[in-house]
Design a protein around this ligand. Sequence first.
Ligand code: UD1
Length: 375
Amino acid sequence: MTRPYTICLVAGARPNFMKVAPIAHALQARNKAAGLAGIDLRFSIVHTGQHYDVNMSEVFFRELGIPTPDRHLEVGSGSHAEQTAKVMIAFEKVLLEDRPDLVVVVGDVNSTVACSLTAKKLGVRVAHVEAGLRSFDMGMPEEINRKLTDAISDLLFVTEESGMRNLRAEGVAAERIFLVGNVMIDTLLRNVTRIEKPEFAPSDPVRAIRGTGGRYAVLTLHRPSNVDLREALAPIWGAIAEVARQVPILFPVHPRTRGKIAAFGLDGTGISMVDPIGYLDMLYAVKGAALVITDSGGLQEETTALGVPCVTIRENTERPVTVDIGTNYLTGTRPEAILSAAREILSGKGKKGVVPPLWDGHAAERILDVLMRFA
Ligand code: UD1
């Protein structure tokens, strides 16, 4: 006799997809071993629809081999309250019908907090993957999402030592916290060999920039505090334009940022602005770059894992290991600081960095080891 153990894995927005992929694959791989242990391990994937464009969502499922979602909540865009509320209402219906034993949420997006809160109120256990990260900046929507999700999660899976310290300081019981490494880096390591194979065909703009022989930069910029107001974006853009006089820049533009650049009439000379690109294209572009400039959370970690120097245009980071031992420069938003870090890197004196402990491609397996103990 086996007893069922049903896990619901939530995916909502672009940065979730590369984290969900290795967990889904580990769940598939664990099925047989679970059966031998008397457990009928089943899982379903719920896509909230927070991100819905083909190039913000579907391309990641296709490229990373993530199983097609069993449920699609199709919530779409909206204000924070609207989006969070819509996810909660739709997810509650799914939970009431499916009655999983555990909900697994990843990262720090609105879907993460919405689904963990909904599950917890229905008495369903919650596991949070990428728990414990703190920027200590409550002006960031992601920081609110992280703190709330961690406060109600039953199992907390942590990527770096700072996360362990933060959770202990918040009084989370030690037996619920697990340092397992980084599932996003599982995905990176699994795919980094694919882009070197002859059958990999990058898109035209990515092929063109790689053709420059490594003297190029990759830029991403989408954080509301950096792009929503002209007074914030214009000086940052000025520094980036200066970097573009030294090396060409590939800029896959988030939909919101594209609108702002146009509205503020900013000049993009030397900057190749393209629509958001897929996972493999991005990995190929970043791996070959001399420098990455970003305000993203995930790219700070991916560049550290790849040994590519990264300039992070933010005043704080919830991923301090990337600065302490990795390749990350936390410059803030002052143009002089951005330029000075970029110059140091382009002169060949950039940080070489080391890869943080446990970022070894096996984080999802460690998570499954723990989940099976609690089955
Ligand atoms: C979300 C996450 C952020 C993450 C980012 C990555 C939260 C609070 N923020 O921010 O942590 O770094 O995703 O992309 O969850 N849009 C489209 N097509 C889409 C999705 C969005 O055009 O498929 C446009 C819409 O105009 C939308 C805007 O982008 O209003 C913002 O999308 P939203 O999901 O609200 O937040 P992000 O800024 O993408």
